[in-house]
Write a protein that binds this ligand. Sequence first.
Ligand code: BG6
Length: 465
Amino acid sequence: MKKRIPENFIIGAGSSAWQTEGWKGKKEGQDSYLDTWYKNEKQVWHEGYGPGVATNFYERYQEDVDLMKEIGLTHFRTSINWSRFFIDYETLEVDEDYAAYIDRFVDSLIKAGVTPMLCLEHYELPTYLQDKYDGWSSKKVVALFTQYAEIVFDRYADRVKYWFTFNEPVVIQTRTYLDAIRYPHEQDTKKWMQWNYHKVLATAKVVEIYHRKNYDGQIGIVLNPEVTYPRSSSEADKKAAEMYDLFFNRIYLDPLVKGSYPEELFPLLKKHGIQFDYTKEEIDSIAHNTVDYLGINLYYPNRVKAPSYQWNEQTPFHPAYYYDHFELPGRKMNKSRGWEIYPQMMVDFGMRIKNDYENIPWIVTENGMGIEDEERFMDSNGVVQDDYRIEFISEHLNCLIEVTEAGSNCKGYMLWAFTDCVSPMNAFKNRYGLVRIDLNNNRDRSLKKSAFWYKNLIESRTFEV
Ligand code: BG6
């Protein structure tokens, strides 16, 4: 069956600064949180490849822009690397070399007819701010981020009309302070909550500036809500799903879209001894500065059940007090990444936005398929035959269009990723791109089968399902 893409529905692709740029031109002291993680944890590099060269987008962006034009992409999302934007993070002396590079690639995108969408932080917190202020634990970092945003808008907002404050703001502190898999390897739920709260506050402050100074465009945030399904319709399982949703989804969606935190959240945290720092003025600022639109990253569904283990009074509080993860028997999987494939989540999430979140405009900023050892699918002409990716995109796009036609205010679909790129957890192990990066051959680019398919989809505005 042929499916038609609605008029004006954006079809694009994305990446991020840190995952593509490489370290060429990076000055001493300009490390980001993830640079430091990669420097300290050599095992996360993939066969010696990592962020050092990445895809060398810094020097080779023009080739990528040419390929975007060839494929017909109308929109491309990436980030500005906060850790490289300044020579001094306190005086906010801009690194003019880096800023000029942003100018060049933004201009080149526009010239090619590709609309740029920029995010201010895609895991690129400067290590300096992490070390000096304990990162997002500090209100000083909220203030510095707000100033950074204003400087960036003053330079680029005349040409860039789509902005996001953060990409997946919940992730870093969840890995660090809930899962404790990153330094300092200590669980600290209070700090986790403080970071979440400060990122919401920072978004409100940036939205306030963006609206007050009347830049011509839209300001939003990229979230990764996990569409959460209970194992069964039992009250206990449903409660587990509700609690997961509260701690990981509503903690951002509610304040950023509706202007207020879920009523039950702060008392619940207090009950568990999690008393973080907030003021009435800040809560007011959050109430008055909600986002214009949402970027939504959706890869896999989340399934939970009632918790099976006993917590004792001495255990420090963790949201998993209320849920346990659950694996659906017989589920369809992307085995490389260990993620379930369930396109219906697009429909369920779209209806949620329509019914619970004022039908705010939203766009899928990430969805895609990371495949390990993808070279094995290369044909004799050197083209990766990624039919699995084509199937994955068709199924998800089909559901997304279905929910858009049912009235959810979705504005488009951006595939992750335009080219293969470095993943925060395992470098180039899983390949996501429409465009292959040849690691053994100077990071040369070549189109995969999915890129030709995407080109046809964009040209014909239809695809087969
Ligand atoms: C998203 C991130 O969570 O998932 C990207 O915004 C990331 O930065 C993508 O690359 C895919 O996940 P991973 O861990 O396989 O790279």
